[in-house]
Design a protein around this ligand. Structure first.
Ligand code: ADP
Ligand code: MG
Length: 478
């Protein structure tokens, strides 16, 4: 049994100098090696967009590096751990050649933390961790979610008394899980001694199955009944699981009778659930049922603005508008597109453009027809192809003449646009330094090279310049 950390840390040390500090921090900061099984190394990653980047850009590099420590590895697999807040726990996982269940019980006996999204946080219950990023405060309230949000707030201020159970239902990606975590977090904030248990119905089923197998049902029963607030996400997964439903029914009754709060979510209303016993369904209907609906355009835009906060990236409003306009019925997708654009912009030191996100949207779902107004956001007259085109656009942008931009007068008003033009000719048109020098009044190629290096460096942290260059690129049709 090798400690995975002993492999992953040196692997990261190999990768970091190869890709540079900044990219390393962006992509590898929240990663961990979760296990090696049958030649497949499983990497834990914080989000889908990081996974996609790592998968396309760094896969071979990672594989090579891991193989220098464990030559049995022939492939990589990724697992997303968005609920995980501390990667330290992951890093301390040991390799076991069995399934996750064994990994958990072994680490428990070793007194380690649970190496997964789950942890034993309430007297032996294997609860999933509450995600501290999901708060009632950062949930954008719109028409479709006003009631659900209000119900959650009410429950958080008075758990176990006002709405019990609270049953939240609605389509995918509309904020149910967010609200569940947020309510749990708020309850803990107000009652720090409360045992708040959050888990998914799927996890609950697995635990019951395991409990039966290992004759530990009594412990599990007892433990769940100690919760002050039990939150179960996606109860539609209980469908046709008779034994789990039976256990849940008794747990529910016991908690309910003791005025403990129960919060549930589902993809549909109780009466539309199939494969759920009637007695359980009627329990679900006993308290408050609220649905979450599709957010309207203004709400979608507000959500995007909210999600942009905290990222050190400039996202032009037209880009946000464009995403909000085109992605209508799934907030998760809305956020996904935004995060992709932010990641790409950070990597390439530009601000995202409408054209860029239009491509992501099409890739995300070929069925989405980019609505209307992409042209509103794009220059009508094609894209810049020649050095003269670039000079044209940049001089118009800075309101100086062609001669001033091409000449040799070293006034700041001319110098900066001149250097930006040279930079763009190099980066966007792929022209040689010599050729660019020639077209800019016969300058030496080293002058062009210096201009290119200077702008490139400035773009790392001069956000005004980033904005200008990006605006120019849009004018150029890029
Ligand atoms: P569901 O559980 O209904 O499938 P989630 O709660 O997982 O959906 O939401 C998907 C993503 O969208 C999450 O990142 C969540 O934070 C975000 N989200 C959904 N609705 C809102 C909202 N009204 N305000 C802020 N974020 C939201
Ligand atoms: Mg969910």
């Amino acid at each position: 049994m090798t400690n995975l950390k002993d492999i992953w840390e040196p692997v990261l040390k190999i990768i970091e100098p190869k890709i540079g500090r900044r990219h390393f921090v962006t992509f590898f900061n929240n990663t961990a090696l979760l296990g090696i099984n049958n030649g497949v190394a499983k990497i834990g990653i914080i989000s889908v967009f990081i996974r996609d980047w790592i998968d396309t850009k760094y896969r071979d590099m990672i594989l090579d590096a891991i193989r220098s420590f464990d030559s049995s590895v022939i492939d990589l697999d990724f697992e997303i751990h968005s609920v995980l807040s501390s990667v330290e726990d992951l890093r301390s996982v040991k390799i076991v050649d069995n399934n996750a269940t064994t990994a958990r019980s072994k680490s428990k006996t070793q007194g380690r933390k649970i190496p997964n999204k789950e942890e034993v946080n309430v007297q032996g219950i294997r609860s999933k961790r509450l995600n501290s990023r999901y708060l009632l405060d950062n949930f954008v309230v719109g028409q479709g979610t006003r009631l659900a949000h209000a119900a959650c707030s009410a429950v958080a201020s008075n758990p176990g008394s006002s709405y019990n159970p609270l049953f939240i239902y609605g389509g995918v990606g509309l904020g149910k899980t967010h609200l569940l975590h947020a309510t749990g977090n708020e309850i803990l904030k107000r009652h720090s001694n409360f045992a708040v248990v959050y888990t998914t119905a799927e996890n609950f089923v697995n635990e019951i199955v395991e409990g039966i197998r290992t004759f530990k049902m009594n412990d599990i029963k007892k433990n769940y009944r100690k919760a002050d607030c039990l939150i179960i996400d996606d109860v539609q997964f209980l469908a046709s699981r008779e034994r789990t439903q039976e256990e849940f029914f008794h747990t529910f009754n016991e908690l309910y009778d003791n005025h403990k709060q129960i919060i549930l979510s589902s993809d549909r209303a109780p009466r539309e659930l199939v494969g759920i016993e009637d007695r359980l369904r009627s329990r679900f209907e006993m308290g408050m049922m609220v649905d979450v609906g599709i957010p309207d355009y203004e709400t979608r835009l507000a959500i995007l603005q909210q999600k942009t906060m905290g990222h050190q990236a400039i996202i032009p409003l037209d880009v946000l508008e464009f995403i909000a306009y085109n992605i209508q019925d799934n907030v998760r997708a809305l956020e996904g597109i935004l995060l992709q654009a932010i990641a790409k912009a950070k990597l390439e030191h530009t601000t995202p453009t409408v054209k860029m996100v239009a491509r992501y949207i099409e890739k995300f779902d070929a069925k989405v027809e980019i609505q209307g107004d992409i042209h509103k956001y794009m220059p009508a007259n094609g894209s810049a192809r020649t050095i003269d085109d670039v000079i044209e656009v940049v001089s118009a942008y800075y309101k100086i003449s062609h001669d001033e931009i091409k000449g040799s007068v070293r006034k700041r008003e001319y110098l900066m646009p001149r250097q930006i033009s040279m930079y763009l000719c190099r980066v966007e048109l792929n022209q040689s330094f010599e050729k660019i020098g020639l077209e800019f009044g016969g300058k030496n190629h080293t002058t062009v090279m210096n201009a290119y290096e200077k702008i490139k460096k400035l773009l790392d942290d001069d956000y005004n310049l980033v904005r200008d260059v990006n605006a120019i690129k849009r004018e150029m049709g890029l």
